[in-house]
Structures are given as C-alpha cells and as structure tokens.
Design a binder for this molecule. Structure first.
Ligand code: HEC
Length: 405
C-alpha cells in the first residue's frame, strides 16, 4: 500500500513539476514558444503536413524556415525582418496572416501578449539557452502563464472538417474537366473525397476572356471556388456565369466588370467570399448584393463604392466583413502603395517624405501627421502614434524636413 501511495505521489509530483518548471530552469523557446507553435501552427507545419515547406515542430526545423523565407524566418535581433514575427502580427484579413483565418471558431492567433514574448526573444538574439527568468518582467508574466497552463490546439481535425462544410455535388465527367482544362485554367479538388473543385485562371490571366468562360460552364455544378482575378473577362462573360450556383468564393478583382455583373453575382446565394478589388463597381452595384446573406468577406478596395454604402450593406448582411481601403493595414509591415498610385478617396496633402522615419519602410499615404506645417507620412498606425507622441525624437530621421525660416 505504501509503495502504491508513494508511486502515486511521485507521479503527481513529477506531473506537477513537469507542468510548471521554475522560471530559472524553463527555457523560453523550448518551454514557452515551442508549446505555442505546437498548439497554433504544427497542424499545418509539422511532420505530417508541411505547408510552405515549413516545419515548426522542433527548434532545428523552425530555424531552417520554409520555401519563401528560408533562414529569414528568424533574423536574430531583428523583428522587422523576421518572417515568423511578421506573419503572426498581421490582421486576420491579411492574406499572409498565420495561422490563416479560416473562420472564427478555429482561428487561434498569437495574442498580443504572446507576440510580445516572441518579439522579445527574437530581438534578444533568439537564443535557445535563454531562460524565462532572464526575460524582463513584462514578458515574463505571460511566459509564466504558459508554463502553468500550456496552450492547447483550439480544434481537432474533426471540427475543422465540420467547418469546411462542403456540399455534395455530382462528379464532373472526364470530358467536362477536359473541356475546362483546355482554357488553361487549373482545376483541383477542394478536399480529399469530394467532387467539389476550385478553378483558377491565374496561369492564363492575360489571355483568359469571355469566350473561355463559356467553356468553363462544363464544370459549373462542381465549382465552389472560382478565381478570375486579373483576367480579361467583362460583363458579357459574367452574364453567362449564372449556372455556377454552388460558388462559395469568387475573385473578379482587377477585371473590366462593372455593376452589371453584380446582378449575376447576386444569384450566387451560397457565396461567402467576393473580391471586387480594382474594378469599376459603384454603389449602384452594391445594392445588388444585399440578398447574399452568406457573404462573409467583401473586398472593395479601389472601386467606386463609398464607405457609406458599404455601411448600409453591413446592415443587410449581418456579420459581413467589408474591406474598402487601408483601415486594416498590418501593424508591422505594410504592403507598399504601387508606384504612381495613391489609395482611393482621401485627397490628402502630399507628404514631404518617402520612407517612414521609424522603420525605413515605404510610407502609407493614409498615415500622416502634420508637424510644424509639414505633412509627414508613416508606414502604419503604430508608427503614426509613436511619432505623434514624440515628434522631436523622430523628426531628425526625415531628411526632407526643413524648418520654415
Ligand atoms: C491551416 C494551416 C496553417 C496553419 C495552422 C498555419 N499555417 Fe503557416 N502556412 C500555411 C500555408 C498554406 C503556407 C504557404 C502559403 C504562404 O506562404 O502563405 C504557410 C506559410 C507559412 C510561412 C512562410 C513559409 C515560407 O518560408 O514561405 C510562415 C513563416 C508560416 N506559415 C508561419 C506559421 C505560424 C507561425 C503559424 C502558427 C502561428 C502557422 N504558420 C500556422 C498554412 C498554415
């Protein structure tokens, strides 16, 4: 009896001491960061799945990086250049955010406090030997929480399957797929064991036009995701899309379509994602979309639609997210405004500088401050706030700034 008790006791003691190592012995990477990566990232970046050719399940793999970032995944001492800190700092609607936003039930990003841990560790040199006790108090607090309650993955694979919720559609015949493939588009099954497909005209953007759209009709019943972004299609072709009743995601960005096409789009009652970025769509077109109750994301940047109408649409479609411009730019790294173009709307006075004085990145024309009568642009809202707080500290980094005599 005694032995059983002492075995039990020692199991208890070991499991408790395992759950909460002391800050002196707990390592920042192994005992804090790795558990976070295990919970939030390894389902896609581990031994079985290696999205972007990246594994995050051991330190060795993490430092190797993936196919794009390679060793820049962690640039010791530099959080601005480290892909790891960058990806987890993005807002949830950014295409590059990690983990990718796939729905509110599964989305489990690094919290601000967890980002602060990662940022501190990278800035400090990303040493695997650092202990929790060596971290400054503000990040150490959060680390201790992770030591006592290791993070768990938010949902298992079953729940993920449920969220994808694919409709059952009849399989496309080999002939129908061949007809579609002749146009040069890529077509792929959306998931193992489903007949639903995604169709992407990316490889043939420059040549794919209204005639090709007619040929795609052969797989209309199976196509859930259709990417026609940057192709040569117009209202004429979109008018023939009516058969694509199962569409969930549709990219029409940077095409010649106008409000007319949206009358057809209005028929896609299952549509969840619609990208109209860079088209001639106006408020009138938006009025067509009111009935799309399943629509969750709508991209209207660089269209003629106004924020007021977008707000109105939000009332008709509860829970929709509408992106009409810069308001959601990432806090850290901002996509540069394409050369020679300015964000729509705001005819703000021209800033005097081209680079953010805090980060050296390209400026964002919507993040400006007027200082001593001169407009200074920053790269993001974060930097703007910092600049506003202490302009004297940063103004010397704006070479264009000259005091009026
Ligand atoms: C649902 C799957 C999924 C999850 C979860 C996920 N990722 Fe990814 N990740 C991807 C895919 C797909 C790519 C490739 C496309 C891309 O680069 O955006 C990728 C690419 C990356 C890359 C770029 C790799 C390279 O070198 O090109 C980084 C860095 C990354 N992920 C970090 C993370 C981190 C950190 C987490 C956890 C916080 C995470 N990912 C969670 C799917 C996922």
């Amino acid at each position: 009896m005694k032995t059983v008790c002492s075995i039990l006791a020692s199991i208890l003691v070991t499991s408790i001491s395992f759950a909460a190592k002391s800050p002196e012995e707990a390592k920042v990477y192994a005992d804090v960061i790795q558990p976070l990566l295990n919970a939030k990232c390894v389902s896609c970046h581990g031994e079985t799945k290696q999205k972007g050719k990246l594994r995050l399940d051991t330190a060795e793999h993490t430092f190797k990086g993936g196919k794009g970032a390679k060793a820049d995944i962690i640039v010791k001492g530099n959080i601005d250049d480290s892909e790891l800190t960058y990806r987890v700092s993005l807002p949830k609607d950014d295409d590059d955010v990690m983990p990718p936003f796939e729905g509110p039930d599964t989305f489990d990003p690094f919290t601000k406090a967890q980002q602060a841990i990662l940022n501190w560790w990278v800035k400090d040199g990303a040493s695997l030997d650092k202990t929790v006790a060596q971290a400054p108090a503000n990040v150490q607090e959060e680390m201790k929480k992770i030591l006592t309650t290791p993070p768990k993955a938010k949902v298992g694979p079953k729940a993920v399957m449920k969220i994808i919720k694919l409709p059952e559609v009849p399989a496309a015949s080999a002939g129908a797929l061949a007809t579609a493939a002749k146009t040069g588009v890529l077509h792929l099954p959306i998931h193992k064991g489903t007949n639903a497909i995604s169709v992407n005209a990316l490889p043939v953007q420059k040549t794919f036009g209204d005639k090709d759209l007619a040929a795609l009709g052969s797989v209309a019943a199976q196509t859930l995701w259709l990417n026609l972004g940057k192709t040569q299609i117009s209202d004429v072709g979109v008018g023939n899309l009516a058969k694509f009743k199962e569409l969930r995601r549709l990219h029409l960005d940077n095409t010649k379509i106008t409000d007319k096409s949206l009358a057809t789009v209005a028929k896609f009652s299952h549509l969840e994602y619609l990208n109209l970025y860079g088209t001639e769509v106006t408020d009138e077109g938006l009025a067509h979309l009111k009935g799309l109750k399943n629509l969750k994301k709508l991209y209207l940047w660089k269209t003629k639609a106004t924020p007021a109408k977008a707000e109105e649409l939000k009332k008709s479609i509860p829970g929709i997210y509408i992106n009409i411009g810069w308001e959601n730019e990432p806090a850290a790294k901002v996509v540069a405004v394409p050369a020679g173009e300015k964000p729509a709307a705001k005819p703000a006075p021209e800033p005097i500088n081209k680079k953010c004085p805090l980060t050296g990145r390209d400026i964002n024309l919507n993040q400006t401050v007027t200082y001593k009568g001169q407009v200074i642009a920053l790269c993001c809202a974060n930097c703007k706030a910092k600049f506003e707080k202490e302009p004297e500290k940063y103004i010397s980094k704006v070479p264009e700034f000259k005091l009026a005599k």
